[in-house]
Design a binder for this molecule. Sequence first.
Ligand SMILES: N[C@@H](CCC(=O)N[C@@H](CS)C(=O)NCC(=O)O)C(=O)O
Length: 124
Amino acid sequence: MSYVFKGIRWLLGYIIIIIDWLTRPRSPQHSAEKRAELDRATANMALYQFKRCPFCVKTRRTLRRLGLNIELRDARNDPKWNAELIEQGGKYQVPCLRVVDDKGEVSWIYESSEINDYLDRRFG
Ligand SMILES: N[C@@H](CCC(=O)N[C@@H](CS)C(=O)NCC(=O)O)C(=O)O
């Protein structure tokens, strides 16, 4: 990849972050009970993502809109999460939501729209 292309991508990434920051939705103010209930329900979830990926921004906005504290895992810069995503999730693509259900079964949900639909169905 040429340096020019890398530079443009880097710049666009930051523009997206700034626009997101300026326009991001408010987090709902949950009661302490609701907060605890949501934190319990999302404790077994993790979002594999890149900071400046537009699709990840889209999903992070949903986390914020729904007031969810889901762990963010940097799959570009952290070799542990990078390897886990590829080896266990099946491909190097973000965002990807890892969900462990009550029986301990692990699902890897790819595609920002799929992830957003899943979170809206469960918590919206
Ligand atoms: N259709 C996917 C697109 C996701 C996508 O293109 N993600 C890029 C980052 S913005 C990616 O994972 N690229 C992998 C790479 O850089 O090799 C979605 O909506 O989630």
